[in-house]
Design a protein around this ligand. Structure first.
Ligand SMILES: *[C@@H]1O[C@H](CO)[C@@H](O)[C@H](O)[C@H]1NC(C)=O
Ligand SMILES: *[C@@H]1O[C@H](CO)[C@@H](O)[C@H](O)[C@H]1NC(C)=O
Ligand SMILES: *[C@@H]1O[C@H](CO)[C@@H](O)[C@H](O)[C@H]1NC(C)=O
Ligand SMILES: *[C@@H]1O[C@H](CO)[C@@H](O)[C@H](O)[C@H]1NC(C)=O
Length: 442
């Protein structure tokens, strides 16, 4: 029934499903429910249902849309920069700040390139070239709200708000400032413009679940989704061939593992510094260690081989052609070139390439990443949300063989496999996600 009412909900949001789609979803849901009722729990990977018929709808927050965010008061923030996932976090932080001030966030500029040291190379890219604008507001339904500059009156008076910095600018002072600006006379201004650092560097006042609520409203534009579809379908085709299946069971695609390998030169320099500072050796993983731990998934969780392993690496920053060598037997490593999809990626700037990779990793049957990488952490957060939407409890997610498992290769789990990893959704701040952790909640 839930799926069915969803069809109506979608109409309400202005996305009209063809009625056949609704029927299909309803049928698929019925089959799924019957399966759940009739079948014993599936063993790891051998018998998991890899059906893609039922897409899991995002939790809608629209019930509060009547009493939502004010539409005639706005917040403006500086251009959002750095990696895709730093940008997602910065964007969500800007949204939550606007929410606290009960203001609509003026659609910010993201950055298409990664050159964060040279400001003029930052290539601003509009939010709606990456994410669906209307869908964002309909999904977030009054929890947070995005506006366009054309919504502003002509004679707008802008009030600038300077974010402090340095040691003396504490979490408390930052909050005091926000409280102050949410009151008169500041509150009367149509636009408050925050000047200073990129929102990723602001103090964080919000719990993980609030960030998660904003992330759920971020839907890639069609073009990105379609490119990710093409990459995933290539991976699945290879998976089918590898198994040499010709019978009916070949209708079920072979599970694939996505590994976010952080071994690029810039990362190695960065992570070694951090290991020294934090006095640990659990941040950097060599290529050899990654291959070994991923290989051990066969013993620890009974991963069936052959298995296609998609290696998500930022090719540009990588100077190593031996990535594809040294994997255990049965693990079939592919990166963009070997998969024949580098042409797809090369059409786009860094940000979009990263978005496609994010999507490919987040849809993988198994994901393995580095718990000190923001990219990996946000993939795990998204996968944890999917598990929750499918009804997993936080205590059950670590133990059972649920769909969407994630692991960290930089931390040893049982039998030197990678450590099982979920996001702690009740964490009071996003710190673990944005700066890395070795507490993986499992
Ligand atoms: C924002 O202001 C509107 C109108 O004053 C109010 O109804 C709503 O509850 C406020 N929202 C938040 C999140 O404070
Ligand atoms: C703002 O000015 C433009 C042209 O000067 C005009 O076309 C538009 O109607 C004005 N908008 C408002 C809200 O006054
Ligand atoms: C990459 O490797 C090539 C040869 O293998 C070398 O000439 C080049 O300097 C390397 N580039 C970087 C950035 O390390
Ligand atoms: C998750 O975070 C909450 C709040 O910080 C904490 O009390 C709890 O112990 C954490 N759970 C795990 C499994 O780390």
């Amino acid at each position: 029934m839930e799926i069915f009412s969803n069809c109506k909900l979608s109409n309400f949001f202005g996305i009209t499903f063809k009625s056949t789609t609704c029927k299909c979803m309803f049928l698929a849901a019925t089959i799924l429910i019957l399966r759940v009722l009739l079948l014993p729990p599936a063993p790891a990977f051998g018998g998991i249902e890899w059906t893609n018929l039922v897409s899991i709808p995002a939790l809608s927050l629209s019930s509060s849309s009547e009493s939502g965010i004010r539409q005639d008061k706005f917040l403006e923030v500086p251009q959002i920069v750095w990696g895709l996932n730093n940008q997602k976090i910065a964007f969500a932080r800007a949204c939550l700040t606007a929410r606290m001030l009960n203001r609509t966030l003026l659609m910010p500029s993201l950055s298409a390139s990664l050159f964060y040291k040279e400001i003029d190379l930052l290539q601003p890219i509009s939010f709606d070239k990456v994410f669906e604008f209307e869908k964002f507001n309909s999904l977030c339904g009054g929890f947070v709200r995005l506006g366009r500059y054309s919504d502003l009156l002509n004679q707008t008076q802008v009030l600038e708000m300077q974010k402090g910095s340095g040691r003396k600018w504490t979490l408390e002072r930052d909050m005091d400032q926000l409280v102050q600006y949410s009151r008169d006379p500041f509150d009367q201004h149509e636009v408050i413009r925050i000047v200073g650092k990129n929102p990723f560097l602001w103090h964080d006042h919000w719990p993980v679940k609030d960030y998660a609520s904003v992330f759920e409203c971020l839907v890639w534009v069609d073009e990105i989704t379609k490119e990710a579809d093409r990459v995933v379908s290539k991976i699945k085709t290879i998976g089918k061939k590898a198994r040499g299946e010709t019978d009916r069971s070949s209708l079920q695609p072979l599970p694939y593992v996505a590994v976010h390998m952080r071994i690029e030169i810039d990362w190695m320099i960065h992570c070694e510094k951090r290991e020294q500072r934090l006095n640990t050796n659990k941040i950097c993983s060599s290529k050899k260690e990654i291959m070994e731990r991923v290989g051990n998934l066969r013993n620890t969780v009974g991963l069936e081989t052959p298995a296609v392993v998609y290696l998500a690496v930022a090719d540009k920053l990588l100077n190593d052609s031996s990535l594809l060598e040294g994997w255990e037997e049965g693990f079939l490593p592919y990166e963009k070139k070997k998969l024949g999809v580098d042409g797809i990626y090369n059409k786009y700037p860094y940000l979009i390439q990263s978005a496609i990779d994010f999507e490919v990793c987040s849809r993988a049957d198994i994901f393995v990443g580095n718990s000190y990488s923001t990219f990996s952490s946000l993939i795990v957060l998204e996968r944890t949300q999917k598990m929750i939407r499918m009804g997993a409890s936080s205590s059950g997610m670590c133990k059972t063989d649920l769909r969407w498992p994630s692991y960290a290769y930089n931390i040893a789990g049982e039998s030197n496999g990678p450590m099982k990893w979920i996001t702690n959704m009740s964490d009071a701040s996003l710190k673990a996600v944005s700066y890395g952790t070795h507490n993986l909640s499992c």
